[in-house]
Design a protein around this ligand. Structure first.
Ligand code: UDP
Length: 428
């Protein structure tokens, strides 16, 4: 059997969003964080990483450095601005041509593996695999069939074109990386993936950035009252993430406990996302309709230490998503010592340990959410117990571990790929 060999040079495909973008708005979210964090750690291990992404502005340089050893190549494919994600399938040929042209600057056989993220990139990776003679490792991040089964009101179903595109990538990839065993199972049961090609690699959390700290100091930094009851949502504002459930739950809490009105603050951090970019406005209108605009505070997407302070300032971080392949926000909040109340969907039951680091809610009923949020936020001893456990739980996840597992997957894919190539050579 051909021995495993670690790759030295990795091509990463991220067609629709760049790891250089601010996550928490538009199409930028956990996938961007995932790519940036794992690429940096691969570079720390001496591996050269090149990330290919679509150029979304004429101001972008053709090549940029994300970190030492991590290059981002901006590929021109279609108009720079004003192209929605659902229009990108029509630009995949242009994007692929740009990727192949960029690779031609290197010596032949430069990359050892190509790792595509999301189905659009998978389509490009499929061709790059053939052309470069290297294995394709693919991470779906979300799956159309799963998403369509859990649509939020106002959400548009994922088109058949995406389902077919995903099925093709699943059939062609040498390895499929799932965030959780549940997702691994979905790849097999819904997409007919070969189970021997599926590996589960849990994502991580930046423990250097997201660490416990003083809630009081965080509240001072954010200009929030020290005695407030702070319920926080962090993420892209779109129906799938269900920030409306938090608002409705807050309204319900105020009906049952009107005396909380002077202390309750609902913080909503994030920017518009999805095809209708008016969601934050819709959320503000909902707050007016519910009569709680005075208790809701909207904040634009935050980064770095400012985001860590948002988590620390909260009594509870709510993750009411209708679907979530993992839910990095839940891990980050816990790493900062804040309990999480999350919907029991997708990867969230792994990110949050029910009744240990927070609570899982089995539906999206605002009255139930109000009860559970109140149980945690209004009972200091329970909140503190969850907070302590949350820090320990989050520490079990790290981007270093994610990176090691990915590199192992790359090496396995390479070994199988090379032995298949040799087998064919012998047969010929
Ligand atoms: N995020 C951020 N600033 C914000 C809101 C979100 O940097 O204002 C980041 C957040 O830290 C997390 C990612 O965006 O790492 C969201 O990932 P998650 O898995 O929770 O959701 P996704 O966006 O992938 O659906």
């Amino acid at each position: 059997m051909t021995p495993k060999r670690s790759p030295r040079r990795v091509a990463v495909l991220s067609v629709h969003t760049s790891p250089l973008e601010q996550p928490g708005t538009g199409d930028a979210g956990g996938m961007n964080v995932y790519i940036a964090q794992t690429a940096k750690r691969m570079a720390d291990r001496g591996i050269a990483v090149e990330v290919f992404t679509r150029a979304t502005s004429s101001d972008l340089p053709p090549v940029a450095e994300l970190a030492p050893g991590v290059t981002v190549r901006h590929i021109v494919a279609g108009p720079f601005e004003g192209l929605a994600k659902d229009e990108l399938p029509g630009q995949l040929c242009a994007f692929t041509a740009g990727v192949l042209r960029a690779e031609a600057h290197h010596e032949p056989g430069y990359y050892d593996v190509v790792h595509s993220h999301y189905w659009l990139s998978g389509q490009v990776g499929w061709l790059a695999r053939e052309r470069w003679g290297v294995p394709l490792v693919h991470t779906a991040h979300t799956l159309a069939k799963v998403k369509n089964a859990a649509l939020a009101e106002g959400d548009t179903p994922e088109p058949r074109m995406r389902v077919i595109g995903e099925e093709q990538v699943v059939a062609e990839a040498d390895r499929l990386v799932a965030n959780t065993d549940v997702e691994a199972g979905e790849l097999v049961s819904l997409y007919d993936a070969d189970p021997t090609k599926v590996l589960t690699v849990p994502p991580g959390v930046d423990l250097g950035r997201f660490a416990p700290g003083s809630q009081a100091a965080a509240r001072v930094a954010l200009d929030l009252p020290l005695d407030a009851i702070v319920l926080t949502f962090v993420g892209r504002i779109q129906p799938l993430k269900a920030p409306d459930v938090l608002l409705r739950a807050a309204a319900s809490l105020l009906v049952s406990q009107p005396e909380l009105r002077s202390r309750l603050v609902v913080v909503v951090v994030g920017g518009p996302s999805g095809s209708g970019l008016e969601q934050p406005k819709a959320l503000q209108e909902l707050a007016v309709e519910l009569g709680i605009l005075d208790v809701v505070r909207f904040m634009p997407p935050q980064r770095g230490e400012a985001l860590a302070q948002v988590y620390r300032a909260a009594d509870v971080v709510a993750v009411p998503s209708h679907n979530e392949s993992f839910g990095l926000v839940a891990l980050e909040a816990q790493a900062c010592g804040t309990p999480v109340v999350a919907a029991a969907v997708g990867g969230l039951p792994i990110a949050v340990v029910d009744d240990v680091t927070g609570r899982l809610v089995g539906d999206h009923n605002p009255a139930n959410w109000a009860r559970v949020l109140g149980d945690v936020a209004l009972h200091p001893s329970l909140r503190e117990e969850f907070a302590r456990n949350a820090v320990g739980h989050a520490r079990r996840f790290s981007w270093d571990r994610t990176t090691d597992a990915l590199l192992d997957g790359y090496a396995d894919a390479r070994r199988d790929f090379l032995s298949e190539v040799r087998r064919r050579e012998v047969t010929v």
